[in-house]
Design a protein around this ligand. Sequence first.
Ligand code: NAD
Length: 357
Amino acid sequence: MKKHICLLPGDGIGPEILAQGKKVLEACAAKRGHEFVFESANIGGAAIDAEGCPLPESTIAKCKASDAVYLSAVGGPKWDAQPPSNRPEKGLLGIRKELGLFANLRPALMLPELAGACLLRPEAAKLGLDLIVVRELTGDIYFGEPRGTEVRDGLRTGYNTMIYNEEEIRRIAKVGFETAMKRRKNVVSVDKSNVLETSRLWRAVVAEVHKDYPEVALSNMYVDNAAMQLVRDPSQFDVILTGNIFGDILSDEASAITGSLGMLPSASVGSSGPGLFEPVHGSAPDIAGQDKANPLATILSGAMMLRLGLNMAEEADMIEKAVSKALKDGYRTADIMEEGKTLVGCQKMGDIVAANL
Ligand code: NAD
């Protein structure tokens, strides 16, 4: 199979970690007889430096012409003085919008080899953690109108609008159920329908969509309870389906529990066109250019790209197994280092995973 992948190396550790992700994809393609054609484009601070804005038109065009977009991270102190409209993060928000990416998928997986990093009490950690948060990305209170601040009755007052229409809920619910079909077939839809009308509509539409997925078990949970259950026993969750604001908070909570920021991949997808695949962490300017960064979140984002963006599930499995083997064999970057393990740099970790393929 021949696939076009647009690389967005971005800032800070971005170029170092994405180089490892590319190396692993190339090793995978060689092993399986595929051809990946890579094209690079500027985004974030690198794009500001080279082309004057965080998301140049040429980058948008290259992304749209590809089968999948593979991004590392943007931002850093160098661009702190930029006006809000020209900050590196605008590149990220802009490309998500341009590609119509309405669903964000964030797995939180605690690999047995890294159980020591888990923030939960040992009795909760030993139950394991392998879930995915499917978060709506383009609606909800973050984008709802009206919004603003004004003086009401002599008091400064801020307001936002939580809003979803049934079509927005239906399309993200489908992503949730489709995701569950490829996993353990269990969806927990998270809302606050005891208080919010928006949530009552959410719950009703999710139930309608569920009729098309009779094999999937569906239950509902209030968001406050979900936040508590995540730390009490995250092993009960397979797919958490939720709106933008609840998903923002719960996906951070779920991934923080694993304790390994450098290990967490993510995917953002729309109804058609290329998806965007990137690690959850930022550009880590404090360790940029020192060969210290952990490339595994980026490599695992590459696996998500193969599975969800390029329909290559077996190849995705291969990469995930190659990562597990590197950890089982005791290799660690500094951020996940433990006593008795072998410390390696970013490049070496990429080499090891590629060799494991
Ligand atoms: P960060 O995730 O970049 O770093 C937080 C801490 O984790 C740092 O100590 C860093 O060294 C460490 N870390 C992160 N990724 C690592 C990796 N792969 N290997 C080893 N250690 C790693 O968050 P921050 O420091 O709050 O932000 C730095 C910059 O990144 C800011 O400009 C911020 O806006 C940007 N940012 C970008 C994204 C993105 O591109 N999606 C996400 C978050 C933050």
